[in-house]
Design a protein around this ligand. Structure first.
Ligand code: HEC
Length: 133
């Protein structure tokens, strides 16, 4: 009987233990400056300056991935401004970034240029609602 009592207590303790959760480190503004702005700039630049070699393509691929994943970071608890429009607008950035990542891996300049419009729309849609000033 005593063993069962101890086991129940252990199980209850395990259920109550907190699993680690996401931990926002920077503000949204810092995330914009560190990740979103530089990575999207690198993609917008392709329209006037296409990547010339594997090294430049790798940089484009990495920037597309960074941009897509930054959309996920915007969604984490503690950074998300609400559980509705903010999440949709962040998801639009993930989707546009993921499409850019796919096109970058295929080294498809035309597709990347088309996706630039989609990326800009994602930026502006969120800013219209949530960016002060
Ligand atoms: C889901 C929302 C969201 C998305 C998507 C988003 N932003 Fe932002 N952005 C913000 C918010 C909120 C601010 C204002 C932060 C503040 O001032 O505290 C901001 C601020 C900025 C600023 C102003 C920085 C400054 O120095 O004041 C720039 C530039 C910017 N974002 C660029 C972008 C670009 C480029 C994209 C798309 C590639 C983008 N953002 C996508 C929410 C978003």
């Amino acid at each position: 009987m005593r063993t069962i009592g101890v086991m129940i207590l252990l199980l209850a303790g395990a259920a109550m233990a907190q699993a680690p959760t996401f931990q926002p480190v920077g503000t949204t503004l810092q995330l914009m400056k560190a990740m979103v702005i530089p990575s999207s700039d690198a993609l917008f630049k392709i329209a006037t300056e296409a990547p010339k070699n594997d090294k430049e393509w790798t940089a484009v691929q990495n920037n597309a991935l960074l941009l897509a994943e930054s959309g996920n970071l915007l969604m984490i608890a503690g950074r998300a401004k609400d559980n509705a429009e903010w999440m949709k607008d962040s998801k639009a950035l993930v989707d546009a970034g993921a499409a850019a990542f796919k096109a970058a891996n295929a080294k498809d300049v035309n597709k990347l240029n088309n996706i630039s419009d989609e990326i800009l729309t994602a930026c502006e849609t969120c800013h219209n609602k949530y960016k002060p000033g």
